[in-house]
Design a protein around this ligand. Structure first.
Ligand SMILES: C[S@@+](CC[C@H](N)C(=O)[O-])C[C@H]1O[C@@H](n2cnc3c(N)ncnc32)[C@H](O)[C@@H]1O
Length: 254
């Protein structure tokens, strides 16, 4: 189910400021990917949901051969501008169904798999599997449902971002609500954008993120033909408890 395509098209211009919070997050994730790839002698990487290029661009700079895809043309346009001169091309493709080639590793980073419903998650797993070489690896992350449930902080409207970038000022308000019956995290954003000498603009987006209990996630990936090599938390430590924010799965095609 296509829940959020249009939201990414309209968010693209502001995505890096609002969602990537500068280079620190990007470097942390790319260092993590680099350490996993080194362990598994990865050379050719497919990024099925590259967005504005956070992982793809970083990995190319580290010497990996990267194929970068996403299904939002607006996100790809930003990525293309950022990657000029790097010899990296970007293609519009859907991770649920596209054929890309045979890769040592596939990545879907920043909660991408939660953007589709369970049936489409299964399709994505199957499709990733068929685009991997034998023994190739798939790395994805997802918000931990258990971690979210153990978080007692109030998630009514709050200011989650105040930022300024190249003269453009941003204030973003966020509300998060977990539908416990369906394990759906509903996130609403209202963002005020002030460009110099322009009227204040208000952007509204809402997202429904499909989360899973850890036991179900393990079952889903195994049913798709993957072996679980490791599950890490957001700090690259073993995912050992119920309070981690995110789970990073490292899977092997078996
Ligand atoms: C949270 S962003 C992550 C982008 C990037 N990996 C990052 O870390 O900044 C999610 C991305 O997934 C893409 N996406 C969602 N569903 C997709 C699908 N079915 N096929 C391809 N891309 C998809 C969106 O267009 C968006 O660019």
């Amino acid at each position: 189910m296509d829940r959020e395509k249009n939201s990414y098209d309209s968010l693209a211009e502001h995505y890096d400021v609002l969602e990537r919070d500068g280079e620190k997050i990007t470097k942390k994730i790319n260092d993590f990917l680099g350490s996993v790839f080194k362990k598994h002698s990865v050379k050719a990487v497919l990024d099925v949901s590259c967005g504005t290029g956070a992982q793809a661009i970083g990995l190319v700079k580290e010497g990996y051969k990267v194929t970068a895809c996403d299904y939002s043309e607006a996100m790809l346009d930003i990525a293309r501008k950022k990657a000029m001169g790097l010899g990296l091309s970007f293609a519009k493709k859907d991770m649920r169904s596209s054929s890309y080639g045979q890769f040592d590793a596939v990545i879907a980073i920043f909660n991408v798999v939660a953007h589709v419903d369970k049936e489409d998650f299964k399709k994505t797993l199957k499709n990733v599997w068929s685009n991997l070489k034998n023994e190739g690896i798939f790395v994805f992350d997802i918000i931990s449902l258990e971690g979210l449930k153990s978080d007692q902080s109030v998630r009514r409207w709050y200011i989650d971002t105040m930022a300024e970038n190249k003269g453009v000022k941003y204030v973003r308000f966020t509300k998060e609500c977990l539908d416990k019956n369906n394990n759906l995290l509903k996130v609403s954003h209202k963002t005020y954008v002030q460009k110099p000498s322009e009227q204040l603009k208000k952007l509204k987006e809402s997202w429904e993120l499909q989360l899973y209990p850890m036991a179900e996630l393990k079952q889903l990936v195994k049913s798709a033909g993957f072996e679980i090599l490791n599950i890490y938390d957001e700090n690259g430590k073993d995912f050992g408890n119920n309070t981690a924010e995110s789970a990073y799965f490292v899977l092997k095609k078996s």
